[in-house]
Design a binder for this molecule. Structure first.
Ligand SMILES: [Zn+2]
Length: 81
């Protein structure tokens, strides 16, 4: 390597990245270096999962409400008949 650019081993990717792309993070096993890109990618994944979870919850809620309404309608019909 002719480059004078410093590289640091990224435990997440298992390869070296330029040091300006690296962040040192604290893990249970001690301080480790990880690239900003993988950290940001993980953050995005978590945000997407949260958004997905909220969507599912909303769908479940509206399904429940539809079921409750259908039952109330049925009971009303039975009561009327
Ligand atoms: Zn990396």
């Amino acid at each position: 390597m002719s480059s004078t650019e410093e590289t640091i081993y990224c435990y997440h990717c298992g390869r070296r990245h330029p040091s300006n792309e690296m962040r040192q993070i604290a893990t249970k096993a001690g301080k480790k270096w990880r690239c900003i890109r993988s950290i940001e990618a993980t953050k995005r994944d978590v945000a997407q999962r949260d958004a997905f979870g909220k969507t599912v919850t909303t769908i479940n809620k509206s399904e429940n409400q539809a079921r409750i309404k259908a039952r109330q309608n049925a009971e009303r019909l039975l009561a009327a008949g």
